[in-house]
Design a protein around this ligand. Structure first.
Ligand SMILES: Cc1ncc(COP(=O)(O)O)c(C=O)c1O
Length: 448
């Protein structure tokens, strides 16, 4: 690798020490973080300055969907930087124009107008603004098992415990139950979940509710694939009460589930659709909120009260266009479906082989394993919002074996780049198999 002309290269240890000394890691007590120094990446792998290689089974933060260092996206960024790195949001640029038109082509139904942001949280912030301005109502319903971002409004929408330390948030957010209640209580029947939702709508007052935001397939909170009929039922309730249905596809969009957007599996068209991550495969930060035509029309003669210096950033729009070209040219969404089928089989085999596996779920290349102490009681391997010696041991084991993924509470994620090959997928599952054997062994020792 060529030596940088700007600064001498750093060792992995120097990178970690300087990073820890002068920068803050998110969502962590700083003494508890143990970062991997990353020097480079290609395809499904990344490596340290010393050349230690990891298979990226989480696409970093479920976002590097086209794989690392894709030459087509890199070239588009380089060319755009050389042509026009920035133009302010009141300008019209070619990448902005082309990206809006391209997204209108791939987004569901008549979602054909887009407001660009720097990421997912801001996309959701602007979805709140759009819903409130369009309906003239102020409340937003959201679900408990959700993450919508870390800015004030998005954090208030977020249902998971990351919200707690950030409270009080913005007024007007009401949380409702999900159809899933954890590994011990499982899933509601669809009609019961919808009846509970309608009851909350009635109790809150339908005429006060601007929108209902939900992750189409819930991401960090458990890869929760909605039961058939649920999304259609939500759509019908929203239509019935004049509430905007806002689907957060920041994580589930752009092929992750094997379709452009997860809503496409159920042929549901939300009123607002938020996206980020896979939009550029995270090569450059970009998010967007897409809206149906009649919602955009509302703002023809009324002011849209939102803005950002980096709105419609040319570099990000060019990266998104190139990323979408890669999805199309390499049929990565088809690959997510094909590899997703193989992944589902591999997950099922892990469930067969390991007593510590309580449940597996996946859709496309969006997968999760839930670990339990005991298959009878289904007691989770770590408590809600907590960890345990077994989960910590699993995290250490996977890292030692060279597998990078998210280990959270009692779950392990399997979200590789959509470009992953079958041998790479098998390599990852072999490492997971080894890691889960260590957990089984710990449980046996404990019982013995
Ligand atoms: C479903 C969902 N929505 C919103 C966000 C927030 O996106 P960002 O971190 O780009 O602000 C995330 C991030 O993980 C997410 O998974």
């Amino acid at each position: 690798m060529a030596e940088s002309t700007i600064a001498p290269s750093l060792t992995g240890q120097e990178i970690v020490e300087l990073t820890r000394q002068h920068t803050l890691f998110e969502w962590s007590a700083q003494n508890s973080v143990d970062p991997i120094p990353v020097a480079g990446a290609k395809g499904s792998y990344f490596w340290t300055p010393e050349g230690r290689r990891f298979l990226d089974f989480n696409s970093q933060l479920m976002c590097v969907n086209v794989g690392h260092s894709h030459p087509h996206v890199v070239k588009a960024i380089q060319e755009q930087a050389a042509t026009l790195a920035y133009a302010n949001p009141f300008m019209a640029t070619a990448p902005r124009a082309r990206l809006g038109a391209k997204l209108a082509e791939i987004a569901p139904g008549d979602i054909s107008v887009f407001f660009f942001t720097n990421g997912g949280a801001e996309a959701n912030e602007n979805a709140i603004k759009l819903a409130r301005a369009f309906t003239g109502r102020h409340k937003i319903l959201a679900r408990y098992r959700s993450y919508h971002g870390a800015t004030a409004g998005s954090m208030s929408l977020t249902g998971d415990p990351r919200r707690w330390a950030n409270e009080p948030g913005i007024p007007g957010v009401v949380h409702v139950m999900d159809p899933y209640h954890g590994i011990q209580r499982g899933w509601d029947r669809t009609e019961d979940a919808l009846a509970a939702l309608e009851e909350v709508i009635q109790l809150e007052g339908p005429a006060t509710i601007a929108g209902f935001i939900l992750e189409t397939v819930t991401g960090t909170n458990g890869i929760l694939v909605p039961p058939d009929g649920y999304l259609k039922g939500v759509r019908d309730l929203c239509t019935k009460y004049g509430i905007l249905m806002i689907c957060d596809e920041v994580m589930s969009g752009f092929g992750r589930t094997g379709r452009w957007f997860a809503v496409d599996h159920w042929n549901v068209v939300p009123d607002l659709l938020t996206m980020a991550k896979g939009l550029t495969s995270a090569y450059v930060p970009l998010g967007a909120v897409g809206m149906r035509r009649h919602i955009a029309d509302h703002f023809r003669d009324r002011v849209f009260a939102g803005g950002l210096t980096y709105n419609s950033h040319p570099l990000a729009c060019a990266a998104a266009l190139a990323t979408i070209e890669v999805y199309e040219q390499e049929d990565l969404i088809g690959n997510a479906r094909r590899m997703g089928g193989i992944m589902a089989g591999s997950l099922a085999r892990l469930a067969d082989r390991h007593p510590c596996v309580g449940a597996v779920r996946s859709i496309g290349l969006f997968g999760i394993i839930e670990l339990v102490r005991d298959r009878q009681t289904r007691e989770p391997m770590a408590p809600f919002n907590g960890t345990s010696p077994e989960m910590a041991a699993l995290g250490r084991e996977l890292r030692a074996r060279g597998l990078y993924t998210f280990v959270r509470w009692n779950t392990v994620m399997t979200n590789p780049p959509l470009s992953i090959s079958e041998p790479e997928l098998q390599e990852g599952f072999a490492m997971l198999d080894g890691g889960l054997s260590v957990v089984d062994e710990l449980l046996t020792q404990r019982a013995g």
